[in-house]
Write a protein that binds this ligand. Structure first.
Ligand code: HEC
Length: 126
């Protein structure tokens, strides 16, 4: 068989193995396809975080809790719970030390984007 044909067939077989929602991601390497959906959400959350949230949260502007800051996050999780933390991030909040605009100021983000970003931020705590 010609190498070109081999790769074509191998490629089609690979595509056929994907679920419909994953087809758009067919350019990803086989390795990245293997990561579980939980890890995928964490990776999505990291991207959302770095693009939209890091400006305040990396440096802790106005008391914004930094990702992986165990003390800050475990206190918030204990007092509010994850559901409320996510809700407030979506709706915006006025806290003890400062305020955060709804969705960090980017209204085009989906609620799922925010959920993933928050999951990424607290992931070092658990
Ligand atoms: C303009 C600065 C700013 C941006 C941008 C920003 N935040 Fe915040 N965020 C804050 C501040 C300030 C606080 C803490 C307020 C307080 O508790 O006094 C906060 C608190 C939070 C909390 C804790 C909420 C709670 O209930 O305790 C979460 C979660 C959070 N931000 C997520 C995000 C996410 C996700 C993004 C990006 C989509 C983001 N933030 C973008 C300033 C920002």
């Amino acid at each position: 068989m010609k190498p070109f044909l081999f790769f074509l067939i191998a490629g089609l077989t690979f595509l056929g193995a994907c679920s419909p929602e994953k087809v758009s991601a067919n350019k990803q390497t086989a390795q990245s396809q293997e990561i579980s959906s939980g890890q995928q959400k964490l990776a999505d959350g990291k991207t959302v975080y770095e693009t939209n949230c890091a400006g305040c949260h990396d440096s802790g502007v106005a008391g914004a809790p930094k990702p992986g800051d165990k003390t800050a996050w475990s206190e918030r999780i204990a007092h509010e719970g994850m559901a409320l933390i996510v809700k407030k991030s979506i709706e915006g909040l006025e806290g003890k030390t400062g305020a955060m605009p709804p969705k960090g100021g980017n209204e085009s983000l989906s609620n799922a984007d925010i959920t993933h970003a928050v999951t990424y931020m607290v992931s070092a705590v658990k």
